[in-house]
Write a protein that binds this ligand. Structure first.
Ligand SMILES: NC(=O)c1ccc[n+]([C@@H]2O[C@H](COP(=O)([O-])OP(=O)(O)OC[C@H]3O[C@@H](n4cnc5c(N)ncnc54)[C@H](O)[C@@H]3O)[C@@H](O)[C@H]2O)c1
Length: 308
C-alpha cells in the first residue's frame, strides 16, 4: 500500500529521517512534527511538510495529525544518563507527549501508529537474548517513560488506534550525531577515530550491545505500519558485539593508532544487550540484511564526508 499520508514525529532526527525517506520512496506523502531540539531541518527532504512544534503541545500535535493515515512516533527525550538529572522533562516528552500523539490519532480517526520504544526496558536481565515475553526491568527514568509509552498504546487500542511498539536495540548509521556528551558509541568512535584521538570506553569494554543498521530499522517500521498486527517487537540483529571489539574495528577502519581511554562505567548502562528477534521474524517477516562490516563502512563514508 502506498500513497498514504504519514506523520513522522521526530522526523528531523537520525532514525525518523531515514524512516521518512523509506516511506517517501514508496510514494507516501511525508509530514514531520519536530521541535528541532536535536534534529536538523537539513535531514528533512524538501518535499516534506515540516511542523516545527513540540510534541508536548496537544494543539500542535492535533494540527499536524489532521488527515493523516498513519503516525510514526519518534519524538523523544532520548538520553539515558540525562534522564536521571532531568526526569520531569523526560516524562513530559516521552509520556505526556506520547499521550498527545495518541489523543490526536483518536481525535482524527488515525487507525495506525508505530512507536519507537527501546531495548532499555529490559534493563539488566541475564545474558541470554531478550525476548518480548520477559518481564521488563527498566533501570532509568528514560526506560520507565518508554515502557509507559507502550502501556499508553494498549490503553488507546480501546479507542480504535491500532499500534505497534518496536523495541529498538542500538541503532547506527549516517546522520547519527556525535556532538552530545551522551551520544552513542559508534558516532563518537568514528569521529574521534577520524581525528586520530583515543576512543573512550566505559568500564572494561566487555559489555555487549546489539547494533542494528538504520536502513534495517526503517524497513521494520514499514512492515509494522503495513501490517494489521499490534503488540511489541524487538528490532535488533540477535548478535551481541563487545564494545572493545567495536572500538578495535573502528580504530582499524579509521587507521587510528591511539590507545583506548578507559573510564568508569555509567549509571543505567546494561552489561549485555542482545535481541531475540524470533517474534518479528515470524509475525512481520522482518530480518536484518546489513552486516556490521557493511554498516560500519557505509557509516564511516558519511562521517568522512561531513568531516571535510
Ligand atoms: N538511536 C537508538 O539507538 C535508539 C534506540 C532505542 C530507541 N530509540 C528511539 O528512537 C527515537 C529516535 O531516536 P534518534 O536516535 O533518532 O534520536 P534523535 O535525537 O536523532 O531524534 C529525536 C527527534 O525528536 C525530536 N524531538 C525531541 N524532543 C521533541 C519534542 N519535545 N517535540 C518534538 N520533537 C522533539 C528531536 O529534535 C529529534 O529530531 C527516539 O524515540 C528514541 O528513544 C533510539
Amino acid at each position: 500500500m502506498s500513497g498514504r499520508s504519514v506523520l513522522v514525529t521526530g522526523g528531523a532526527g537520525f532514525i525518523g529521517s531515514h524512516v521518512g525517506e523509506r516511506f517517501a520512496q514508496r510514494g507516501d506523502d511525508v509530514r514531520v512534527l519536530d521541535d528541532l531540539s536535536t534534529g536538523l531541518r537539513s535531514n528533512c527532504d524538501a518535499g516534506w511538510r515540516l511542523f516545527e512544534a513540540d510534541v508536548r503541545d496537544p494543539a500542535a500535535v492535533r494540527e499536524a495529525a489532521a488527515g493523516v493515515d498513519l503516525v510514526l512516533h519518534f519524538a523523544a527525550f532520548t538520553s539515558v544518563p540525562e534522564s536521571f538529572e532531568r526526569t520531569a522533562d523526560c516524562r513530559a516528552t516521552n509520556v505526556a507527549g506520547t499521550r498527545n500523539v495518541l489523543d490526536a490519532c483518536a481525535h482524527h480517526g488515525v487507525q495506525r501508529l508505530v512507536f519507537a520504544s527501546t531495548c532499555a526496558v529490559y534493563g539488566e536481565l541475564p545474558e541470554a537474548p531478550k525476548a518480548e515475553t520477559e518481564r521488563p526491568e527498566p533501570r532509568s527514568p528514560y526506560a520507565v517513560s518508554k515502557l509507559e509509552g507502550e502501556r499508553l498504546l494498549e490503553e488507546y487500542a480501546r479507542a480504535g488506534v491500532t499500534s505497534t511498539a518496536l523495541r529498538l536495540f542500538n541503532v547506527y548509521g549516517p546522520r547519527q550525531l556525535a556532538n552530545s556528551a551522551y551520544a552513542a558509541a559508534i558516532p563518537i568512535f568514528m569521529e574521534r577515530g577520524l581525528q586520530g584521538q583515543a576512543l573512550t570506553i566505559y568500564g572494561d569494554g566487555h559489555q555487549k550491545r546489539d547494533f542494528v543498521f538504520v536502513s534495517d530499522v526503517a524497513e521494520a517500521f514499514l512492515l509494522a505500519a503495513s501490517s494489521s498486527r499490534s503488540g511489541v517487537y524487538n528490532v535488533g540483529t540477535g548478535r551481541a558485539v563487545e564494545i572493545l571489539e567495536l572500538a578495535n574495528a573502528i580504530a582499524a577502519l579509521t587507521e587510528d593508532p591511539t590507545a583506548h581511554h578507559f573510564v568508569p562505567t555509567r549509571p543505567g548502562d546494561a552489561r549485555t544487550s542482545a535481541a531475540d528477534i524470533t517474534r518479528i521474524r515470524e509475525a512481520l517477516d522482518w530480518s536484518p540484511t546489513c552486516t556490521l562490516e557493511r554498516g560500519l563502512s557505509e557509516t564511516l563514508k558519511w562521517y568522512r564526508r561531513i568531516a571535510r
